[in-house]
Write a protein that binds this ligand. Structure first.
Ligand code: ADP
Ligand code: MG
Length: 375
C-alpha cells in the first residue's frame, strides 16, 4: 500500500535517529508523531506531535494507530508487543518478530549461528549455574556483554581470564550475557540496506568504521578494503535481511580479521550511526530510504556522490566550553549536524560532522585538522 505525502507517520523513539527520520519525512511532505516517554527529545522537538507516554501505554498506542498511516522505530529496544499491537490496524515495519530477535544479543547470536552466518566465538551465560559449567578457555581474553539494552559499548566488560568471570557477571547485575572472544580486528565495516515488501533490496556504499572505547568515532566511505570483502559483506547482510523477513532499513556490523575473514558482529533494525554520511554524501540518505520503504515508495538511489568521512561529536567536546564551530564552518565542503540535545555529557552523541572531498586521504587530513581545532 502506498502512503502519500501529507499523511501522518509514527515514530517510536525520540532520539537523533528519530529526529533525522522526521526531518527527511517532513521534507517529503509527511507529518510525524513521535512516541517517547521523555519530556523532551531530539525527535519530539521537531515532529508535528510528541506523545509523551510509555511504549506499552495502550491509550497512546491507540492514538498512534488511529492517526498514523505507517509506523516505524528508531531504536531496537521498543517492546515487541507494542509493535504487534500497532500492527493490528496500521502498517508497521520492521515487524515485531524481527525486532524481538535483534534486540537481544542471545537471540541474535542464536539466529545468526543457526542460519549458518559467521559469528564471533562465544558462550551464552544466563545465570550462576552456567558459570559453573566448563567455559571454553579459548574464549579468553573475552568481552562479557549484557543481552539487552547495551549500546555504545555500555553493558560490556573485558574479562581477562575465566577466574574473573564471576566477579564481572556480578558487576553486570547477574543479567543474561554473551561472552565473546576478543578478536584482533583488522577493521570494521557495516552494511546498511533497505528491503521492501517485494524483496527489493538496495545497499548503501559500505563504510569503514573506527571505534574509540566501544563508541563509533569515524566512518570512512568508501571503505578502504578490497571489493570482494565489501561485496561478501553485502551478500551476507542481504541473507540476514531475508532470513529475518525484514522490511525497512537494516544495518549489519561486521568485523574484518587479518586473514580477510569477515564475521557478523551485530544487527540494528534501523538506520545506523555509520550511515549518517549518507545524509550529505549520497543521492538518498538512509533516513529518506526509511521513509520510502515504510510508505511503499520506490527506493531512492544510494549512489555515493563524494567520498566522505563522518566524525561523531560527543559531549566530551564541551568539557572546556562551547566547541569552536567556526572551525567546521570555514570548510566549505564540511557539514555540521547537531541533534538539539540540551545537556552535553561524557560519551553522549551530540552530533556529527561530515567532510566531503574527492579523495579519502584529503577528507581524513581535513578531519584531523578540524578535530584538533574544535576544542
Ligand atoms: P554496541 O552495541 O555497544 O555497539 P558492539 O558489540 O558492537 O556493541 O561493540 C562495540 C565495539 O566494541 C565494536 O564495534 C568493536 O569495536 C568492539 N568489540 C566488540 N566486541 C568485540 C570483540 N569480540 N572483539 C574485538 N572487539 C570487539
Ligand atoms: Mg555495535
Amino acid at each position: 500500500m502506498l502512503i502519500k505525502p501529507g499523511a501522518m507517520l509514527g515514530m517510536l523513539g525520540g532520539g537523533q535517529l528519530g529526529r533525522m527520520f522526521t526531518m527527511a519525512a517532513q521534507q517529503m511532505g509527511y507529518r510525524v508523531t513521535v512516541l517517547d516517554p521523555a519530556e523532551e527529545s531530539p525527535a519530539g522537538n521537531v515532529a508535528e506531535r510528541h506523545l509523551r507516554a510509555d511504549y506499552l501505554d495502550h491509550q497512546a498506542l491507540d492514538e498512534l494507530g488511529a492517526t498514523c498511516a505507517g509506523i516505524t522505530i528508531e531504536f531496537e529496544n521498543v517492546p515487541a508487543p507494542a509493535l504487534n499491537y500497532l500492527a493490528q490496524r496500521s502498517i508497521v515495519s520492521p515487524a515485531a518478530e524481527s525486532v524481538a530477535i535483534v534486540q537481544n544479543r542471545i537471540f541474535e547470536k542464536q539466529f545468526l549461528a543457526s542460519n549458518g552466518f559467521p559469528v564471533v566465538p562465544h558462550a551464552v551465560i544466563h545465570d550462576k549455574a552456567d558459570l559453573a559449567q566448563k567455559i571454553d578457555a579459548a574464549l579468553f581474553p573475552g568481552i562479557l556483554k549484557i543481552s539487552r539494552f547495551g549500546y555504545d559499548g555500555k553493558g560490556q566488560i573485558s574479562v581477562r581470564k575465566v577466574e574473573d568471570l564471576p566477579e564481572h557477571f556480578a558487576n553486570l547485575g547477574y543479567k543474561s550475557c554473551v561472552l565473546e572472544k576478543r578478536l584482533p580486528l583488522a577493521s570494521e565495516i557495516s552494511v546498511i540496506l533497505a528491503r521492501d515488501r517485494d524483496n527489493q533490496i538496495t545497499f548503501f556504499p559500505v563504510p569503514e568504521n573506527q571505534h574509540i572505547n566501544g563508541i563509533l568515532d569515524t566512518s570512512i566511505v568508501p571503505a578502504r578494503l578490497p571489493d570482494q570483502i565489501t561485496e561478501k559483506a553485502c551478500e551476507i547482510a542481504k541473507q540476514v535481511a531475508v532470513q529475518l523477513n525484514y522490511i525497512g532499513v537494516l544495518c549489519v556490523e561486521f568485523f574484518v580479521l587479518e586473514d580477510e575473514q569477515i564475521l557478523v558482529n551485530e544487527i540494528a533494525p534501523r538506520p545506523h550511526n555509520s550511515g549518517h554520511y549518507s545524509l550529505d554524501a549520497c543521492v538518498t540518505s538512509q533516513f529518506e530510504q526509511q521513509v520510502r520503504v515504510l510508505c511503499g515508495l520506490p527506493h531512492g538511489s544510494t549512489k555515493l556522490v563524494q567520498a566522505a568521512v563522518m566524525t561523531n561529536i560527543l559531549g566530551n567536546l564541551w568539557e572546556s566550553g562551547d566547541p569552536a564551530w567556526d572551525q567546521i564552518f570555514c570548510h566549505a565542503q564540511t557539514k555540521l549536524h547537531l541533534y538539539g540535545k540540551r545537556k552535553a555529557k561524557i560519551g553522549r552523541k551530540m552530533g556529527h560532522f561530515t567532510v566531503l572531498t574527492d579523495s579519502i586521504e584529503e577528507a581524513l587530513s581535513q578531519t584531523q585538522t578540524i578535530r584538533q581545532n574544535l576544542q
